[in-house]
Design a protein around this ligand. Structure first.
Ligand code: GDP
Ligand code: MG
Length: 436
């Protein structure tokens, strides 16, 4: 299971609960633990995190305007963010960057990505090929440099890595940003450290980045420690975040060592690089662009729960329908809420209406009698439809459209309740939650 889905599922325990109490929060914390441990997040970190979440969720008073649900969601969001460290601000301007890391972690690819990144910031960039151990490493970098549109320096075969670094700086003196590729090893060892130290001295980098692949999981943190002790690193680039279920483990373990995650690589192409921003990252994991939206969605998920209750009690009426339709409208596309709720899909009938139509529907519901609002059957009557249309200053078609939307939603909800097969499909689609 991917970490994001796991987190959303855990949050759904809270957002979908009729009542948020200690038991709900504890269940959510358990679910969160399962999700994170299966993404290879360190067990100690996970327990510390969920302990803090439980404490804050249960002891802290919600800030004004927040209900219990939104409060818990906010706490989870903030604690996850804290766990992943701080936002990285890349230094712009003239600089020399040295890349270190073991074999196959994505160093050479990341160099080209970063060269491209600085180019888009309006800086001239050049790269130096000083991986003298891997055959064809220089050619690989040269090809990527051409793709990134940056300058390239490669030395004739046989030169020492530190000498290449020195000559490269001279050859590329016209560039603003110079990035040095280094050789990796299959494992961290003294020979590697010696070579890196010599390169470090010859090159005089302003920044040193360690490149690790997300599929290392927790081991990424250990590597960050080793490399930092050996040559000192300013930031970590975590690659292959697109392909690994262990990204959460890699990120959190690196953050736990105090090293900063600088960039994340999310694909093989050169533009698949992101500056690491915990806030954005967590928002994405949770399925929301930012905390504000997240909280708004938590609120509407509560609204949706009301609908669910109304349906379970078999009393969907026009009042509930109207208020739901308004809530749906406000929160925009439902996908996020559905993921979070693990609950119903609501059809276009409820979310696709224009503002104008909504106003009309509202007027129509208002001109129904109390009985009509509570007993939708009554509104099937043509004479009543005509009367209500007149009272609302609407057309008969508008009333019929409302009635038909209502019917479709009601039918769909009832269908879900009856049809176990469909229920199972929905459950699967929405992350294995129990429905109804
Ligand atoms: P190096 O040995 O550390 O220089 O690693 P390379 O840059 O040669 O990359 C090793 C492999 O990983 C190559 O096939 C890259 O295309 C691939 N790779 C690098 N970064 C990413 C990434 O962010 N996502 C994916 N999916 N593949 C990546
Ligand atoms: Mg390489």
């Amino acid at each position: 299971m991917d970490l994001g889905a796991g987190i959303r599922r855990a949050l759904a325990r809270v957002t979908g609960a009729a009542l948020v109490d200690e038991k709900t929060v504890k269940e959510m914390a358990k679910e969160l633990q399962r999700a994170m441990i299966s993404s290879d997040v360190n067990v100690r970190l996970v327990f510390e995190l969920t302990k803090r979440i439980e404490e804050r969720a249960l002891r802290e008073k919600p800030v004004s305007g927040f209900g219990a649900r939104e409060h818990v969601v906010k706490v989870v969001y903030e604690e996850l963010q804290k766990m992943l460290g701080e936002k990285f601000e890349p230094r712009l301007g003239k600089q020399k960057i040295m890349m270190v890391g073991l074999f196959g972690q994505g160093k050479t690819t990341s160099i080209a990505k970063i060269a491209k990144f600085y180019k888009t910031k309006g800086l001239r960039t050049g790269v130096i090929a000083a991986d003298i151990h891997r055959p064809a490493a220089a050619e690989q970098l040269q090809t990527l440099a051409a793709q990134a549109g940056c300058a390239f320096y490669g030395a004739p075969k046989g030169a020492a890595a530190d000498k290449i670094a020195e000559q490269g700086v001279k050859a590329l003196s016209g560039e603003d940003v110079i990035i040095l590729d280094s050789a990796g090893r299959s494992a961290f060892d003294e020979t590697l450290v010696k070579e890196l130290k010599a390169m470090n001295a010859a090159f005089g980098p302003d920044a040193k980045y360690l490149v690790v692949s997300a599929d290392l999981g927790q081991v990424a943190g250990k590597q960050a420690e080793e490399f930092h002790k050996a040559v000192g690193i300013d930031g970590v680039i975590i690659t292959k975040m697109d392909g690994s279920g262990k990204g959460g483990g890699a990120l959190s373990s690196v953050a736990a060592t105090g090293a900063k995650v600088a960039f994340i690589g999310t694909g093989e192409k050169l533009d698949a690089l992101e500056l690491f921003d915990p806030e954005k990252f967590v928002a994405r994991l949770c399925g929301f662009p930012d905390l504000e939206t997240l909280v708004a969605k938590a609120k509407s998920a509560g609204e949706e729960e009301k609908l669910k209750e109304a349906l379970e009690e078999g009393k969907l009426d026009y009042e509930v329908f109207l208020s739901q339709m308004k809530a749906m409208k406000k929160m925009g596309p439902l996908k996020g809420v559905l993921q979070m709720m693990g609950a119903y899909d609501l059809p276009e009938e409820m979310v696709g209406k224009s503002e104008e139509k909504m106003k009309k529907f509202e007027a129509i519901v208002h001109s129904m009698t109390k009985d009509e609002r509570k007993d939708p059957e009554l509104m099937r009557n043509r004479a009543r439809q005509e009367r209500v249309a007149k009272g609302a200053g609407a057309k008969l078609e508008d009333v019929r459209e409302l009635v038909s939307s209502f019917d479709k939603v009601e039918k769909m909800m009832k269908g879900i309740g009856r049809n176990r097969g469909l229920m199972k499909r929905f459950e699967k689609m929405f992350g294995g939650m129990k429905l109804g």
